[in-house]
Design a protein around this ligand. Structure first.
Ligand code: PLP
Length: 406
């Protein structure tokens, strides 16, 4: 192990609280991650020392705050290796980023009879905006199917893509079953037909080094709160060649160049897509989260999380009647399971009483649940501050569930 987990844990105050007088075990990291003091203190520092609305002031604090906001953009660009920092748009999260592309790309490039491809394992936020676009434009949504292990059927994808395809939108890592999709190959196939690809990186950016130029993604979306940053923050990366040709999403201050009642002209990138006062405090604190992750090292994080996930899967599989939902060959640290035919909500309540936070339900991915014929699952999602000791507590909690319901 390349880092000291106990030292890392000391940076996350909430991990040290108790729940029902028991040590708190937080295994709901795919929903949101906990925040290190470095991020919490950064929010406090901004409000205590430099808070001022950005871009439009000539006074000193406005200047300082603008500088830090733009510096945060540079940090994000370097974190994902974007070619230009103006290819980084700050949004409210992955949902905001996908909606931006579905509207702006849709208005600019999608017409009647055109096709958008998504996959059968998408989060609702990478389904519904495309359905809304298809309704508006009379376009058609096509779906890449998955197999019984919860992997995309790539041969079917190759058959779906054709001259009417305008865009492919696919999740990098499934939040419901943990599958890590071969986005590099998906993008290569799409680009052969000049079709751009949006990658939903909500569950990948915190687990592996993202290089948007290497994978050649046209758009890459993620949420700050899932990578140890504040809620209400997120990023849309888009290649300049697409963003430049897309109409703005929201209208308002900052996204304009000139306004008259006859005609308004729009600002250049990235401001064209950032109408109104942005969450500048959030963006600055998100950059502090990226610094934290960068300092720990994504290779170290990935190595540790892999070891922890293997331990968790092998430990849980010792339990009679426990069934994994999704058994892909390439997975990250999201583990979805059922215990016999006990309802996930019932199981979740018992697990909670042991101080363990897991998520139960459909995980905003109802089509995935339908595919596996379940109404929901129990999901444990791990990150680099979790420990084998915590996995053992989850194991004990699952045993307790079985005892109670049998
Ligand atoms: N995509 C995936 C794969 C997710 O897991 C989530 C959130 O769980 C989202 C999109 C939406 O993210 P947010 O709610 O932060 O916008």
């Amino acid at each position: 192990m390349k880092f000291d987990v106990e030292k890392i844990r000391n940076d996350f105050p909430v991990l040290h609280r108790k729940v029902y007088d028991k040590p708190f075990v937080y295994l709901d990291n795919a929903a949101t991650t906990q925040k290190p003091v470095q991020v919490i203190e950064e929010i406090e520092r901004v409000y205590k020392t430099i808070n001022s609305n950005i871009h439009r002031g000539v006074h000193h604090l406005s200047d300082l705050c603008t500088g830090e906001y733009e510096n945060a953009r540079e940090k994000v660009a370097s974190f994902i290796n974007a070619n230009h920092s103006h290819e980084v748009i700050f949004t409210s999260g992955t949902t905001g980023s996908v909606n931006l592309v579905a509207f702006s790309f849709g208005e600019s490039f999608v017409g009647e009879g055109d096709e958008i491809i998504v996959s059968a394992m998408e989060h609702h936020s990478n389904i519904v905006p495309w359905q809304m676009l298809c309704e508006r434009k009379n376009a058609v949504l096509k779906v890449i199917p998955i197999n019984g292990d919860g992997e995309l059927i790539m041969e079917e994808y190759e058959k779906l893509i054709g001259p009417k395809t305008r865009l492919v939108a696919v999740v990098h890592v499934s939040n419901a079953i943990g599958t890590r999709n071969p986005v590099e190959r998906i993008i290569e196939i799409a680009h052969k037909q000049d079709v751009p690809v949006l990658v939903d990186g909500a569950q990948s950016v915190q687990h592996e080094k993202i290089d948007v130029q290497k994978i050649d993604a046209d758009f890459f979306a993620f949420s700050g709160h899932k990578i140890y940053g504040p809620t209400g923050t997120g990023v849309l990366y888009g290649k300049e060649k697409w963003l430049d040709r897309m109409v703005p999403w929201q209208g308002g201050g900052e996204m304009i160049s000139n306004v008259t009642f006859q005609k308004t002209t729009y600002n250049k990138l990235p401001f064209k897509f950032e109408a109104g006062t942005p969450n500048y405090t959030g963006a600055i604190a998100m950059a502090a989260a990226l610094d934290y992750v960068g300092k720990t090292g994504l290779e170290n994080i990935a190595g540790y999380e892999k070891e922890l996930t293997e331990y968790a899967v092998s430990k849980l599989m010792q339990i009679d009647g426990l069934r994994l939902i999704g058994t892909p060959r390439k997975r990250t640290s999201v583990i979805s399971f059922m215990i016999e035919n006990i309802h996930p909500y019932d199981a979740g309540m018992v697990i909670d009483k042991m101080g363990v936070a897991v998520r139960t339900g459909s995980h905003c991915a109802e089509p995935v649940m339908d595919f596996f014929g379940v109404r929901g699952t129990i999901r444990a999602s791990l990150v680099f501050y979790n420990t084998k000791r915590e996995i053992d507590t989850l194991y004990d909690a699952v045993i307790k569930v079985k005892e109670m319901f049998n």
